[in-house]
Design a protein around this ligand. Structure first.
Ligand code: SF4
Ligand code: SF4
Length: 169
């Protein structure tokens, strides 16, 4: 199954993905009309600063039904509701073992390597922040249902986001 994959080394922090995502999830699907919509359309992808690297990286969670991060978390700090429709994060249960970041299917092997090289805390902290914010708002990446290509992938000028089979990265 195809999914959105993140190639952090190509991101230049332009935030085109965030704008394209918000517009794709607006009523009008038009940038100029979406700006005035109430409620404001919500993006499902976030540019998160990773201070250890001095860069910002695009992070988005698809709240996988069979979520590997939920399966591996030893303290159930990452967990799902009854229908497995949303993944949530409880910071009080988290022991910062970082196992969850090694299994996220959206992170490419290079991203995993960056994490291993010392940016664990900041990177996965931001991933968990995105998970929490999305769960709170009841929104998640839906790969832009109805489109052949997710809007963020189409908008990214550097191909930092690609839509492909995970095993092809
Ligand atoms: S963090 Fe990654 S593995 Fe976990 S639910 Fe989100 S996309 Fe899936
Ligand atoms: S559109 Fe691409 S280059 Fe721009 S911020 Fe998003 S991922 Fe990075």
């Amino acid at each position: 199954m195809k999914d959105l994959m993140i190639r952090p080394e190509r991101c230049m922090g332009c935030r085109s993905c965030e704008t394209a995502c918000a517009v794709a999830h607006s009523e009008s699907k038009s940038l100029f009309s979406a700006i005035g919509e109430k409620p404001a359309p919500k993006k499902r992808i976030n540019l998160e600063p990773v201070p250890d690297l001095g860069v910002s990286l695009p992070i988005t969670c698809r709240h996988c039904k069979e979520a590997p991060c939920v399966s591996v978390c030893p303290t159930k700090a990452i967990y799902q509701d009854e229908n497995a429709s949303m993944v949530s994060y409880d910071p009080n249960r988290c022991v910062d073992c970082w196992i969850c970041s090694t299994v996220c299917s959206r992170f490419t092997p290079l991203y995993h390597m960056i994490l291993v090289m010392g940016c664990w805390t900041s990177s996965m902290n931001h991933n968990r922040k995105v998970i929490s914010r999305q769960a709170e708002a009841g929104i998640k990446c839906d790969l832009c249902e109805g489109r052949d290509m997710p809007a963020c992938v189409e908008a990214c000028p550097t191909h930092a986001l690609i839509f492909t089979e995970a095993n092809e990265v």
